[in-house]
Design a protein around this ligand. Structure first.
Ligand SMILES: *Cc1c(COP(=O)(O)O)cnc(C)c1O
Ligand code: SF4
Length: 353
């Protein structure tokens, strides 16, 4: 079932961007140098959201290639969050004791210009082979500490429902894997893919499934995207969100607040706000940490507790995620704390214990 009466094909080359009126034809040729380096794709659902008259369109900033991507900085890294340091077998990243990432494929329906795995994702990046998948599943089976398996990539919901069902079933057969989590952008960028077959495939896991939806601007939560989330939640899947803090996209408490509220309205619990990783050629999209903390403090002052994400930095080198929001309680002196309220005023708290 499609919400869109006339979906066209994804845009996959600068010349097609020019044809769609999303970039100046004179600029399109120069962008070939960018797309030769980093994959590009924009789904019809996202292309439709872009206002070609707005040079600062927040959807275009996420998906339309930019010459500044060729300006890699010395502190940027090919593997910004250190996946490679913790990859015991192909397809698995095991950084934390109780959970692993299972990277099923390197393709996505859209290619985000800020992607932290931009050096490894792209249309040539095929799915794990059957052999590699079998070895990855053996790894999960052999370690009873693995309570949760997180399907990622690339975007796992870009796979066929048939293949996804096989993976979900195999994980469901491993008794110690209690949770299957799927990180995806599909409900937003290709909502028509969330159909009964895809939902059945996820449910083939047989226990609790969490879908972590990646979206960065409130406009992404179109009526079709909201309907896709409703299909997932109504089917009994739990949903959380993840957002990357991006300059010119959502580095504003009003915009970010509207996004968090839109998630909650869709029964998607805000989970992570990621400080942008040091992916090559993404300096023009990054916000500094001090500004990030101000934005997050402003959210705390304005919005329901349901709308508050954890602001995290994935520490370069493979050390994992660290919460980086300013702490609301700081110790000073014996049993004394300075506590900051939602309006930013400080109060003394003497801890009786
Ligand atoms: C981000 C990440 C996870 C998931 O972390 P949560 O804090 O549980 O969301 C798991 N493994 C790796 C390697 C990660 O990078
Ligand atoms: S959907 Fe995720 S993995 Fe794919 S390009 Fe965007 S950020 Fe990267």
């Amino acid at each position: 079932m499609r919400d869109d009466p006339a979906p066209s094909r994804p845009i996959r080359a600068p010349a097609e961007l020019a044809q769609a009126g999303l970039v100046d034809p004179a600029r399109a040729a120069a962008l070939e140098a960018v797309t030769a380096r980093y994959a590009m794709a924009i789904t019809p659902a996202m292309a439709r959201l872009i206002d070609p008259a707005d040079p600062n369109d927040p959807i275009a900033r996420q998906f339309v290639p930019d010459l500044r991507e060729l300006d890699a900085r010395p502190h940027e890294r090919e593997d910004p969050i250190g996946d490679a340091v913790h990859a015991p077998v192909e397809g698995i990243v095991h950084r934390y004791p109780d959970r692993v990432l299972l990277k099923l494929l390197h393709a996505c329906p859209v290619y985000c210009r800020f992607c932290f795995r931009r050096e490894s994702v792209g249309p040539g990046g095929e799915a794990l082979s059957q052999d590699a998948l079998a070895r990855a599943l053996d790894y999960v089976r052999a370690d009873p500490r693995i309570w949760e398996t997180i399907l990622t990539g690339g975007d796992p919901l870009a796979m066929s429902a048939r293949r996804l069902r096989e993976v979900a079933r195999a994980l469901g057969d491993i008794a110690h894997v209690r949770i299957m989590r799927v990180h995806t952008r599909v409900p937003v960028v290709a909502p028509e893919r969330i159909d009964a077959e895809m939902i059945d495939a996820l449910k083939a896991f047989g226990r609790s499934v969490y879908v972590a939806l990646h979206a960065n601007h409130p406009r992404e939560l179109t009526p079709q995207a909201r309907a896709a989330c409703a299909r997932l939640v109504d089917a009994g899947l739990a949903m959380v969100s993840q957002t990357v803090l991006l300059k010119g996209v959502n580095d504003d408490p009003e915009v970010l607040g509207d996004l968090m509220r839109a998630f909650v309205e869709c029964r998607v619990k805000p989970y992570y706000l990621h400080h942008a990783d040091l992916a090559p050629g993404t300096a023009h999209l990054r916000v500094d940490l001090a500004r990030g903390r101000e934005i997050v403090a402003a959210l705390r002052g304005r919005l329901s507790g349901l709308c508050q994400p954890h602001y995290v930095l994935d520490t370069p080198g493979g050390f994992g995620k660290a919460p980086v929001a300013a702490s609301a309680a700081e110790p000073y002196g014996e049993n004394r704390w300075r506590v900051t309220d939602f309006q930013g005023r400080a109060h003394d708290y003497e801890d009786p214990a």
